[in-house]
Ligand binder design. Structure first.
Ligand code: NAG
Ligand code: NAG
Ligand code: NAG
Ligand code: NAG
Ligand code: NAG
Ligand code: NAG
Length: 374
């Protein structure tokens, strides 16, 4: 702890100075103004493996010192059966813990890099870590006075930029993204489901023209909303679009899709119930939805949602039984379409709206991912 905070504060002292001496396009750290003095969260790094070599998932895991292969798969929405020898997607997203300290964020303790013969700090920063840091960041974080002189075998902490700050009052996951040549702020914003204005503000860019290729951009990713209780161990679980997460000792798998922006959690398939407690809301299992067929309230659906897990006295999975109108969700409320129940008889229009309703419910279920997927 002590050497880390020491080097962190030292690097923070040095950073403004370095900026003055040599203007660099790359932001050394992202702004991280978390309320408490030292806040951690999970952040994402977008890493582009070297183009002309085959990089496997295991190589990525080794470089970033990830404890779990499954977490790497989850961050990239890859099937849980994907082997470590599979080639890495490019870019690939790496989830790492982020520490906010002194108004800036850097990945916490990880990754470290062991210097090999012939390495320079610049090669480590631009080569091994694909420009996510500069040699100055590494030098400052490790108290290296002469970047040209690093000892073979020396372990360097590579402080990748990250943040835990909410954006626009909403919790997000921050992605560190190296700007590819030829891209625009508008294009990056669209690709990541955010706005040009948000990116400019967050990265303190005066205008879209000041974007530089190779710059490390702080891209906030919207996350799926959930019913997770603030007292749960995983209360700060944040899952961005096109990814999933394994939580509650891997017993629960939660996905996020931009179709609904609702966290979709189910018991992880293939794990035995001996390890994992049963997750139910009364008669409903976690992930199940029941839709009432009563004509009085034909749209009422009840879902058993994941509400986190506890581990104080024992390991238990919390659930939240939630009722909501399934029709409104798809904009198919019968009340909104009164024309069908008008003049021309009773039987047919009633049948019509009923079949529409059934189709509507199926669309909603499909969106929510409750119907069978592959
Ligand atoms: C990588 O491969 C491409 C073609 O496949 C080639 O044009 C390029 O020069 C190669 N780059 C390096 C650094 O070897
Ligand atoms: C950093 O390096 C300087 C000079 O080499 C040394 O005086 C100082 O004690 C070092 N600080 C840490 C935290 O290692
Ligand atoms: C969500 O992810 C999908 C699949 O990668 C992508 O096509 C879509 O654009 C993303 N939506 C947002 C809002 O990021
Ligand atoms: C269930 O979730 C909803 C929405 O997040 C929340 O308002 C409600 O308090 C939760 N109920 C329980 C019993 O935790
Ligand atoms: C619960 O806590 C105990 C002891 O602190 C730990 O050994 C166990 O792995 C925890 N279980 C989960 C599911 O986090
Ligand atoms: C309800 O949940 C159980 C356990 O997750 C699952 O096996 C079952 O297929 C679900 N049933 C429906 C109708 O979704």
């Amino acid at each position: 702890m002590a050497p880390l905070s020491l080097s962190l504060s030292l690097s923070l002292l040095l950073l403004p100075l370095l900026f003055l001496l040599t203007p660099s396009p790359a932001a050394a750290r992202f702004t991280c103004n978390a309320k408490s003095r030292a806040t951690t969260c999970q952040a994402l790094i977008s890493y582009t493996p070297p183009p002309n070599a085959t990089t496997t998932l295991r190589d990525v895991r080794t470089l970033f010192q990830l404890r779990s292969h499954r977490a790497l798969l989850a961050a990239n929405a890859l099937p849980l059966t994907t082997p470590q020898t599979a080639p890495s997607p490019s870019p690939i997203r790496v989830r790492l813990p982020c520490l906010c300290s002194g108004g800036a964020g850097a990945t916490f303790q990880r990754p470290t890099y062991t210097v090999r013969a012939g390495d320079t700090l610049d090669a480590v920063a631009r080569g091994a870590f694909a420009g996510l840091v500069t040699y100055r960041d590494i030098a400052a974080a490790n108290n290296v006075s002469d970047p040209n002189r690093v000892a073979v075998g020396q372990d360097l902490w590579v402080p990748l930029p990250c943040s835990c700050d909410p954006v626009g009052g909403v919790g997000v996951v921050h992605l560190a993204y190296v700007v590819p040549a030829g891209s625009s702020v508008a294009g990056i914003a669209e690709e990541h489901g955010t706005t040009e204005q948000t990116l400019l503000q967050l990265n303190r860019l005066p205008d879209a023209k000041s974007l530089l290729a190779g710059q490390v951009l702080d891209v906030p990713l919207r996350v799926c909303s959930s019913a997770i209780s603030s007292t749960a161990v995983d209360s700060n679980l944040r899952v961005p679009n096109a990814s999933y997460i394994l939580t509650a000792n891997n017993c629960i798998m939660c996905g996020c899709s931009s179709n609904t922006w609702q966290l979709d959690c189910q018991p992880t398939q293939g794990l035995t119930s001996a390890v994992c407690p049963v997750a139910k809301c009364g008669d409903l299992f976690l992930g199940n939805t029941s839709v009432t067929t009563s004509p009085a309230s034909p749209c009422e659906g009840t879902a058993c949602l994941y509400a986190g897990y506890t581990n104080t006295t024992s390991f238990a999975i919390l659930t939240n039984l939630t009722s909501s109108s399934m029709c409104d969700a798809a904009g198919l409320s019968p009340a909104a379409q009164p024309s069908h129940s008008s003049a021309s008889g009773l039987g047919l229009p009633a049948l019509w709206s009923w079949s529409e309703l059934v189709v509507g419910i199926h669309i909603v279920l499909l969106c929510l991912g409750f119907l069978h997927r592959d």
